[in-house]
Design a binder for this molecule. Sequence first.
Ligand SMILES: C[S@@+](CC[C@H](N)C(=O)[O-])C[C@H]1O[C@@H](n2cnc3c(N)ncnc32)[C@H](O)[C@@H]1O
Length: 162
Amino acid sequence: MKLVRLPQRLKTISEYIDYNDTVIDVGTDHGKLPVYLAQINPKRVIMATDISANSLKAAFLTAEKYALTKNIDFLVTSGLKNIDLSLFNTIIIAGLGGETIVEILSDIKWQKNGRKKLILQPQSKTNKLCRFLYNNHYNIIDIKTILDNKREYTIMNCSKGG
Ligand SMILES: C[S@@+](CC[C@H](N)C(=O)[O-])C[C@H]1O[C@@H](n2cnc3c(N)ncnc32)[C@H](O)[C@@H]1O
């Protein structure tokens, strides 16, 4: 099986995901990351979401190309609205602005939803997101800065809840 080719940024994010992790990819767009994660473990519970129906369609087409449409749930929604978070232990939010990531995280009812792994990659306003995580007692496990196509990206491995 030919694995979907990920840019360095998404490859680095994928390295934080364990084989049995159950994953939501928020703002998936092209859907390469959930398709890759479904290739690694076709039995994992995985959902790809996007606020844009067109983006989600692109994700569906990527999954179709790799015959994985039945292995991934697709949902048009803003952030984590209308998602049963108890089904997932890992939330990926990559390529969205730091302020949008803060808004999405602010909506989560942590006590109710148990402990989650969060892999966050803000496209902007990284300081604002860091301050939010710090002030709201998220566990920041590590932060990596990587170069991909001559651009710097910050990837944060955090946890919260439970
Ligand atoms: C730059 S793309 C990132 C795609 C992919 N996550 C990545 O890192 O390569 C940003 C995507 O986030 C989606 N988006 C923006 N705001 C969102 C929100 N509040 N909830 C869900 N998706 C959102 C956009 O429609 C777009 O498809």
